[in-house]
Each structure stands twice: as C-alpha cells, then as structure tokens.
Design a protein around this ligand. Sequence first.
Ligand SMILES: *[C@@H]1O[C@H](CO)[C@@H](O)[C@H](O)[C@H]1NC(C)=O
Ligand SMILES: *[C@@H]1O[C@H](CO)[C@@H](O)[C@H](O)[C@H]1NC(C)=O
Ligand SMILES: *[C@@H]1O[C@H](CO)[C@@H](O)[C@H](O)[C@H]1NC(C)=O
Length: 430
Amino acid sequence: MGSSSSKVLTGLLCTPSVSCQVPAASAASSENWTFQPLPFSSSDRWIVDANGNNVPVVGINWPGAADTMLPEGLGYQSIANIAQKITDTGFNTVRLTFAIELVDDILDNGGDVALSTTLTNALGQTNGIAMLAKIINNNPQFNANTTRLQVFDAVAAGLATQDIYVHLDNHVSKAMWCCSLTDGNSWFGDTYFDTNKWVRGLSYMAAHGKANWQTFSSMGLRNELRPALTGAPNLQPYTWSTWKTYMTAAASAIYSANPDVLIYFSGLESDFNIEPAVGGSTLLDPGFSFDVASYEWAHKLVFEMHEYDEGISSSCPVYETILESFGADATTRTTGNRAPLVISEWGHDETDASDAWQSAYSECLAQFIVQRQLGWMVWVLAGSYYIRSGVQDSDETYGLLDHMWSEYRGVNSSAAIKQLVQQTYAAYGQ
Ligand SMILES: *[C@@H]1O[C@H](CO)[C@@H](O)[C@H](O)[C@H]1NC(C)=O
Ligand SMILES: *[C@@H]1O[C@H](CO)[C@@H](O)[C@H](O)[C@H]1NC(C)=O
Ligand SMILES: *[C@@H]1O[C@H](CO)[C@@H](O)[C@H](O)[C@H]1NC(C)=O
C-alpha cells in the first residue's frame, strides 16, 4: 500500500495506522439514507429522482446469471436475511445480474423453468434435489414448481421491502460464470450472443420489471463487452461503430418497453474503456460519432465502468489521470457526452488477511468516487455460488459475506466498505 495514498486519504479513509472500524453506534442502525422517489432520470452529470433531487447510487452486486439462472445464496439464507444484511451495510441499490437464456427459455423453449429442473440441470440429479431442499427450507414460500423468474420477483420484492433499488444487469447470454474471450458471450454476434435475442430479452425484462418490481430503478445493457476469440460466423467487427449500432437499438427497445428505468451504457475492454462513448468520437474509428442528446432516451443514460486492481494505482493522482483518460471524466468534461457515471463493478479479496481493503487501489478508487460523487456497486455480495465454472458450492474470496452468506468475510474489510458507503452519502449531503 503506497504511503502517498495514505497521506492523501488521512481524514477521509482508513490508513494503515488508523483503524477502519466504524463506531459501534453506526453498526447497530439500519437504513441510513433517504429513499428517493422513482422514476429516476439523468440530468447533466447527476442521477435525479422524481423530484429532481440528486441520487447517490451505493450498491452491491448480487449475481444471478450463472448456470442455475437463479439469484445466488438462497441455499444458505432467506431472501429476507440477505436483504437485511444489505440494508445493515448501508447499500441503497443492488445490481442483480441475469442471463438472456432465462428469457429465451420462457419465449422459445416451453416456458419458464421450475426450480427443481433448473437445479438438477445445473448441479446434477442428486445435488440439484439437495439444493432444492435447502432453498425451500430457507425460503418456504417456494416449492419445486416455483420458476426462475418467480425467484427473481421474490428477490425484487425482498429488496423493495427494504427500500433498496433494483438495477438489473444483463451479464451474459448463455448462463455461466463470466467472462473470458472464448466463452461465446463476449461480443455482438458471438457464439451465444444473438443480438436479436439480446434486445428481445432486455425488452422483456424491462416490461416485466415495470409490472412487477416496486423499486426497479435501472438496467445495464451488457456486462463487460470484450473481444471474442471464438471465430463465430456472425461475429461483428470489434469497433465503436458496432457498439453504437447495437447499444442504441437496445436502449430504444428498453425505453419503449419501460420509459421509467435508467439505461446504463458500458464500454469496451471489459468495461475498462468508455472514453469514445463519453467523448463522442475516437481516432481509432473515424466513422464513429455518438451524440446522446439526439436520442429520446438521452435523459435516461448513465455511463458505467468497471475498475479492478490493474496494478496501476500506486499513486492516486496518476491513477485518476489514467481513469479519466478511459472515460471517468464523464461527469466533469465540458465537451462530448457529459453524463452520470457509476462504477458498477470494483472490488477485491474481502478477507482481512489479504490487506486488499487498504491497498493503494482501494484507497485511490474510494477517494476518487467520493470526491467526484460517483455512483458505485461493489463486487460482490456472494460468499459462494451454487456452481462456478463447474465447481459446486464454490467459495468467493471477493464476497462481502462469508461462505454461508451469514457474516461479513472480513471485519476490517467490511468496515472499509461501510465507511465508503457513509462517505458517499455524506458527499450528497445525506
Ligand atoms: C484490523 O484492524 C485492527 C485495528 O486497526 C488491527 O489491529 C488488526 O490487525 C486488523 N486486522 C487485519 C487482519 O488487518
Ligand atoms: C447513520 O447516520 C447516523 C447519523 O448521521 C450515524 O450516527 C450512524 O452511524 C449511521 N449509521 C450507519 C449504519 O452508518
Ligand atoms: C408441481 O407441479 C406438479 C404438476 O402440476 C404437481 O403434481 C406437483 O404437486 C407440484 N408440486 C408442488 C410442490 O406444488
């Protein structure tokens, strides 16, 4: 951890010499932010509520896009317990991920799939039945015939009970752990990335959420676009022009199905680079130009970026300059497409022993977020997954929660997250 970053952060964040523990008083209180009325819009660089007041987005990722196509963790906890933990930590938003395959099954393959079937498909007969029993034991409102989308509805309802906004993210097309360059989900036209089904799936979920989810605030068009090395026959050129063609079409489809939700635009290189979209042009693709104001959904656009530790953050000023050059200047620039920016994934090993909670990366990024009043969503809530890349009950060291989705994985690490939560609200006067 760079001492320079610690100095910069003195008084703002935890440092190697100052504990990240929050005062005991704060740990006991629960909801500690103002619920603001939907629908949200974007206005200049801000996300604003129905009354025009600025909204901080302070969120955590809850994955639901892997093989089972179910929100994770329900074999260990009830939805209510998980939602309570999210509230206790102070988050106001959950980025819930889903696979387009869920919608394809509903529309093309005989209808929504029951829990018993999706679990035995993903985990095998014996383990699938065992997991079904655990999920029902924790969540007795379900039975073997409860469908995947009904489980998503129950999660959305559980979050609404806690006043938590639901941001729905399309993570993949074919349900699996994301992301590689060869997984067939990478880029428009890739092996599983059928662009028509993608637009249809987004549109379906936009309408479904509008009808059924009380705190549905926003949707992300696609997680971590990246080059595909599959040689799929329909693969489109990896250019910003291709990006614009499909992203604007999908945004228009969402907007017509649901004119209320914000629409998050991710970039290329696994969402590390949003600069051409923010700037409105790029030398790499002279035919590309992007003028947000010319679209009917201009007042719904939010940019999103992902920022993991790329080993480029030993000095906060240098790190900020790099992030800005990849589009993190979306909120401050005076030319191009000035708009709200949410860091919709960042995160690190949550075990205290890793020390990642006090790395230069964590401290520089946290400082940048607070100073710029950016939204953010940490990766990840999950302490473990039903199945990840073929491994069942797979542990997640980046999980805020432990393997059983019960306690925080790290004491100091979770305290650092809570501190950033409170600092973000404070930057908005809350
Ligand atoms: C957590 O913070 C406390 C207080 O600063 C410190 O004594 C302890 O060593 C830290 N634990 C780890 C694993 O970093
Ligand atoms: C909530 O806000 C109050 C008043 O500002 C503060 O004392 C408390 O620590 C906060 N709670 C949490 C969970 O941070
Ligand atoms: C599930 O549906 C089947 C077929 O309709 C029915 O026989 C069975 O009783 C249902 N199971 C539950 C737990 O409702």
